[in-house]
Design a protein around this ligand. Structure first.
Ligand SMILES: [Zn+2]
Length: 552
């Protein structure tokens, strides 16, 4: 069979991992990988003329709710636009249309890994993965209580391998368990009943285990007190914990990735006195290499807020006078819920949330510490990324929103005074290079150097002449999206569905240690669970196209 060869000619290339900033150059592709020009046969290769256009690596979404029991459970009663976008077949096509080639689901309870994998198989074109929820897991808390750090590492290693999971997610650590006792966790030092452990102890143990196993991604943390006035203190407390610990994987420096950080930078005592503390949180991120974050920017309009933090779902349902669509406890593992929401420009809380997200993005000095997300669909569907990119790149675009915002915003936020505007290089960082590095996959993804996966997006944008209209249009429909060396989108339209890969992490610990851990797990399953061992296991043949990442 003839090799599949492509040559992308004369584009303005943005490839931050390789330090390339708007350089006119060609990109050669052979059999799904980026290669040197001389390796392809020019007579046989398909040529793409990219003169006057920009060439990016494929986009990577580090946090997007797509599968699992919450999305599936809430979708039938979600707003129509969310329903249409989150049809599994549609997710991959909509991402590809925008030039994104990978997305990760952040909230799968371990016992629902099978369902998640089956659903991920159905998402075409893009590569996919999921994080497993461990924040209120009973065996985890048992091990933290008894200080059985090694056994806990064995548990994480066994779960990742058998669930086909990519990384560890903690949502409101300890908070899900406390919530089932009808308490709302308020601080890093609240004690979880029976287990007598605190979120601080959970974070410390889990980060140490994560780094001892040298997992590709750091822990992925949905902080305690998410979406609560005054929560910036807990966020900065968590950052301090990350600061004291060392990363075990050389590909990244961070020991903690904070998910949708916009929801975690609030000041004030209650919703009436809520104000931005983005500046302080940005400062503490500026002063450390141990933390990365994704934005969780909100956009305006109707959407569905989904979260593995059941307590939080109840809190916002009460605030916005909505009934949760769903809120569940998953055995002894975690909670998950969803509620319908409309973010309005003239609502003082929503407009402040909008401002806080942008303040963070513009006040965190180093874009390598940030990834672009809307916590889709919670802050707005991922299809709204072009709009967020425009706000980041244009003060004028922000001012259009500010004109319609409540006057209170002038007192509660400093967004109006911020002059900074992102350039295309910064956008390539927060949508490609930074998520790839934070995930520990920057050797294979997020760049256009020799040997990288041939995931490329080409946008009809002239870097010399950027306007709101052309930015929004270009990022909404890529001129070309190339996935694994195949042209999947042309002129903003999907031209073929291919099967992307599901990526997971495999790591091993001492066999006897794993056996001892499995005895504990069996005991806890027999005593407290309605499901059993086999519910966890995702057989290899469940995964249509798989790719194992092995920590070095
Ligand atoms: Zn989320």
């Amino acid at each position: 069979m003839k090799p599949n060869q492509l040559l992308i000619k004369n584009g303005y290339v943005y490839d931050p991992i390789n330090g390339i900033n708007c350089e006119r150059m060609d990109i050669a592709i052979k059999d799904g990988k980026i290669v040197e020009d001389k390796e392809i046969n020019l007579q046989e290769a398909t040529a793409i003329e990219a003169k006057g256009m920009v060439v990016f690596p494929g986009g990577i979404d580090i946090h997007s709710h797509m599968v699992g029991p919450v999305v599936g459970g809430a979708l039938p009663i979600a707003p129509k636009e969310v329903q249409r976008a989150l049809v599994l077949k549609q997710i991959g096509r909509l991402y590809a249309k925008m030039g994104w080639t990978m997305a990760i689901d952040p909230a799968v309870p371990p016992l629902f890994a099978k369902q998640a994998v089956m659903e991920l198989n159905e998402i075409p074109i893009i590569d996919k993965a999921f994080y497993m929820l461990l924040g209120s897991n009973w065996l985890m808390m048992e091990y933290v209580k008894e200080n059985l750090f090694d056994k806990f590492s064995a548990y994480v290693s066994w779960l990742l391998r058998n669930l086909r999971a990519f990384a560890v997610k903690l949502a409101n650590p300890g908070g899900g368990e406390l919530w089932s006792w009808h308490y709302d966790l308020q601080s890093l030092d609240d004690v979880i009943p029976y287990f007598n452990v605190t979120p601080r102890e959970i974070l410390n143990t889990i980060i140490k285990a994560n780094e001892k196993l040298a997992l590709p991604h750091s822990i992925h943390l949905h902080c305690n007190n998410t979406l609560r006035p005054g929560n910036a203190s807990a966020t900065m407390g968590s950052i301090k914990i990350a600061n004291t610990l060392e990363a075990g994987n050389a590909e990244r420096k961070q020991t903690m990735h904070i998910a949708h950080i916009q929801y975690n930078c609030y000041g004030g005592k209650d919703w009436d006195s809520m104000e931005s503390r983005a500046e302080e949180v940005a400062k503490s991120i500026n002063s450390t290499d141990k933390v990365t974050a994704d934005l969780g920017q909100i956009t305006f309009g109707e959407t569905m807020f989904l979260s593995p933090d059941g307590c939080l779902v109840n809190r916002i349902a009460t605030l916005f006078k909505e009934t949760p669509l769903l809120n569940r406890d998953f055995e002894n593992e975690d909670t998950c819920g969803g509620v319908k929401l409309t973010y309005s420009r003239d609502n003082p809380i929503n407009s402040l949330q909008w401002a806080i997200g942008l303040e963070l993005a513009l006040l965190i000095d180093d874009p390598w510490k940030l990834s672009l997300t809307t916590n889709s669909p919670s802050g707005g569907l991922f299809t709204k990324y072009p709009e967020v990119i425009c706000w980041l790149m244009s003060k004028e675009d922000r001012e259009t929103v500010l004109k319609e915002s409540p006057p209170t915003l002038q007192k509660t936020s400093c967004i109006a005074a911020i002059e900074r505007e992102y350039d295309l290089y910064d956008i390539a960082v927060i949508t490609r290079a930074s998520p790839a590095r934070a995930l520990g996959i920057s050797k294979i993804k997020g760049h256009l150097g020799i040997g990288a996966d041939a995931d490329v997006s080409i946008y009809g944008l002239n870097p010399e002449n950027l306007t709101h209209h052309c930015l929004n249009r270009a990022f909404s429909g890529a001129a070309y999206t190339i996935k694994s060396g195949r042209i999947v989108v042309k002129n903003g339209e999907v031209v073929q569905d291919i099967q992307g890969q599901i990526m997971w992490t495999e790591t091993r610990v001492d066999e006897n240690l794993e056996k001892a851990m499995l005895n504990d797990l069996e005991l806890i399953l027999k005593r407290f669970y309605s499901l059993n061992f086999s519910n966890y296991m995702v057989p290899e043949n469940y995964v249509q196209e798989g790719r194992v990442i092995t920590p070095k």
